[in-house]
Design a binder for this molecule. Structure first.
Ligand SMILES: [Zn+2]
Length: 104
């Protein structure tokens, strides 16, 4: 049976419902892990399709000639641009935040 308990220090109330731990888990189906294919012809990130990305800005080469392990390319649809000074808005107004503003 659920109980309401009060934290004597904080005075907060919580519900303790031990019956909820007995909920059936039959509805949670185990999904098989999908292994991605080694190569997708129209995928710009697959080896061999490098021409479909902007020029790389960093590469970690592999041991074979022309092989790469990691390629870094600019985001074609970046939310922020390098060197830009994005404006912060407070409650719909534009302009810099006041010094007392709180941002997470
Ligand atoms: Zn790919």
């Amino acid at each position: 049976m659920p109980e309401l308990r009060q934290n004597r220090i904080t005075k907060e109330w919580v519900i303790v419902a031990t019956e909820r731990a007995k909920r059936p888990r039959d509805l949670a189906l185990a999904r098989p892990v999908k292994t991605p294919p080694a190569y997708v012809p129209n995928c710009p990130f697959c080896p061999g399709n490098e021409a479909n990305t902007p020029p790389e800005i960093l590469r970690v080469s592999g041991q074979k000639e022309g092989e790469w392990l990691v390629r870094v390319v600019p985001n074609k649809f970046a939310a922020l641009s390098p060197g830009a000074s994005p404006q912060r808005t407070v409650h719909g107004s534009s302009g810099p935040l006041p010094d007392s503003a709180f941002m997470r």
